[in-house]
Structures are given as C-alpha cells and as structure tokens.
Design a protein around this ligand. Sequence first.
Ligand code: HEC
Length: 147
Amino acid sequence: MSKRMENLPKVLVIGVLVLGAGSIASRMLVTKSDAAAGGVRVIIPARLSAKAQVGKVAFDANCGQCHGANAAGTGNGPPFVHPIYNPGHHPDAAFFQAAHQGVPQHHWNFGDMPAQPQVGDADLDAIVAYVRELQHANGIFYQEHRM
Ligand code: HEC
C-alpha cells in the first residue's frame, strides 16, 4: 500500500472532525444582521402549556420588540431560540436578573438591555416557561456550560 493510502483513514477522521466542529460553530454564529433580517427561523410548537401561553402574552408585550416574535430576535435584540440561551448557559435566573437589572452588552453588539421593572416575577416565570418550550421545539436543551 502506498504511503498516501495508509494515511487515508487518518485524513478521513480529521475531515469528519473538522466538518462536525464547523457545523456546530455555524449554529452558534447568528449575526446581528441575520437577526435584523427578521430573526432566526423558529419552529413554532404545536401546542404550548397553559403557563407558556401566559408567558407568550407577557413576552409579546414586554420582550418581543427586541427579542422578536417567537423569540426569533430582531435588529434590537438577540433570539432566545439559540444554543447560547440553553439553560446550561443561561439558567432561568438569568431571565429574572435581566428584567430586574438589565443586561450590559456582552454577547452581541445590540447595545445594553434596559431593565424591565414593569414585569412581575409571576410573568417572568411564565416567560421562562414559554422560552423553554420554544427552545425545546427547536432542539435546544440543557447543555453543560464549558468555557
Ligand atoms: C429594548 C430592547 C430589549 C427589551 C425590551 C428586552 N431585552 Fe432582553 N436583551 C436585549 C439585548 C440587546 C440583549 C443582549 C445583551 C448582550 O448579551 O449583548 C438582551 C439579553 C437578554 C438576556 C440574556 C441575559 C444574559 O445574561 O446574557 C435575557 C435573559 C433577556 N434579555 C431577557 C429579556 C426579557 C425576559 C425581556 C422582557 C421582559 C427582555 N429581555 C426585554 C434587549 C432587550
């Protein structure tokens, strides 16, 4: 067997690894301009729990102007139907904290999120349920956070 043929399996394994990493990376890469162009594509769950339905109303009234219809994102804020908002990286408490205190710009370049003190904790709890159900319908589940 020629040297090149002996190396073929190695080359294939490396190729598969590179492609795999690339496809994971491309899922992570939602740019501001994608969001501005109407957000990411979201599969809408066939049915929402009663709590998530309450959350949808509160979300649309208080968060949707930036985070978009169905949490798909807009030119003013990121989508939550996105792997970085899985509960391993942004636990439910992050939603309460965001609404209570606002969020300094750090993951994106939309600017800071202003606090939303008009939204009570019961509504925030329902908003989290809504966002998690949207995420689940789009294959986004808990992933351990590693830096
Ligand atoms: C005026 C626009 C705006 C509104 C309204 C808004 N957000 Fe945000 N939000 C942002 C932006 C911009 C970011 C991204 C900040 C960054 O990471 O760069 C953000 C980030 C977040 C994050 C991620 C926080 C983190 O720890 O990284 C959460 C959670 C969040 N928003 C929840 C909400 C909820 C819940 C509402 C409604 C009650 C809401 N937002 C309303 C603009 C907004």
